[in-house]
Design a binder for this molecule. Structure first.
Ligand SMILES: [Zn+2]
Length: 270
């Protein structure tokens, strides 16, 4: 039995409806003939050339990426530009590209559910609900209380290794029961957090926003690498597509390339 790009897209749209995406976002099929056959889907965070090369190396004929290739209008896809090169390489090798960004953030299960699971949370609600069962971020209680430092250690053991590493703001020994998470960049949700939250786990936390939150609440923050936190969604999404298409219908795999912009960490311990 063969699967087409159109069938794979239809299954992905069921899981991550494009209506759930933010207004400013650009999600869905970027390139690929809907009638083309798909045998192998590679899941990745970033649709960059190294991931396209990885797709070629593993024999994938479709890429599902979390981040959009194009977020703003373009006048050219000339192969002399990085994104134009991606488009040319994809089309010339018959590889389809589908992007599920904020629709995958807001869906359940979605990007923040994968991060919540990594923290040990089972039942969660959205930090910023956008309707029944969907919304941004997740918040819930751990079955067993821990500390901020131990939760950081737990995340370090399940997140892919990065040069960026995990940073903690606040007291590492403070007790943790209620945890809020947001995959990707989440400091816009700081003001929306339930006051009972003991620690907030997200990425790209900026100095002033983090400092203001700490001073106002006395709580803690765990800053995880944007790429690594979103990478956790890839195995979940690949398993969902496997399940939706039926066992043995197509092959799915997860990118192993760290496409984070941070490539070196020069640390000094005090
Ligand atoms: Zn992201």
């Amino acid at each position: 039995m063969t699967t087409t790009v159109e069938q794979a897209v239809s299954a992905l749209e069921q899981r991550y409806p494009s209506e759930l995406a933010s207004d400013w976002d650009a999600v869905g099929l970027v390139c690929g003939d809907p009638a083309a056959t798909v045998q192998h889907v590679l899941f990745a965070v970033d649709p960059v050339l190294s991931v396209v090369d990885e797709a070629l190396a593993v024999g994938a004929d479709m890429i599902v990426a979390h981040h959009p290739l194009f977020l703003h209008g373009v006048h050219s896809v000339a192969p002399t530009t990085p994104k134009g090169r991606v488009v040319h390489t994809l089309i010339s090798h018959g590889i389809a590209l589908y992007c599920a960004h904020t629709n995958a953030d807001h869906a359940r299960p979605g990007v923040s559910d994968a991060l919540a699971e990594a923290c040990g949370l089972s039942a969660t609600t959205a930090i910023d609900p956008a309707g029944e069962q969907v919304g941004t971020g997740r918040v819930g209680d751990l079955l067993e209380a821990t500390t901020v430092g131990e939760l950081g250690d737990r995340l370090a053991s399940v997140l892919p290794a990065t040069e960026h590493g995990i940073r903690i703001a606040g007291d590492v020994d403070s007790p943790v029961r209620r945890v809020a998470v947001c995959g990707g960049a989440g400091d816009s949700l700081l003001e929306s957090l339930d006051p009972a939250v003991d620690v907030y786990v997200t990425g790209d936390l900026r100095h002033h926003r983090a400092q203001d939150y700490l001073l106002a609440t006395g709580k803690a923050l765990i800053d995880v690498p944007h790429w690594a936190a979103e990478w956790l969604w890839l195995p979940q999404a690949a398993a969902s597509l496997d399940e939706d298409m039926g066992a043995g219908t197509l092959t799915t795999s997860v990118s192993t390339i760290d496409t984070s912009p941070w490539s070196a960490h020069i640390g000094r311990t005090s």
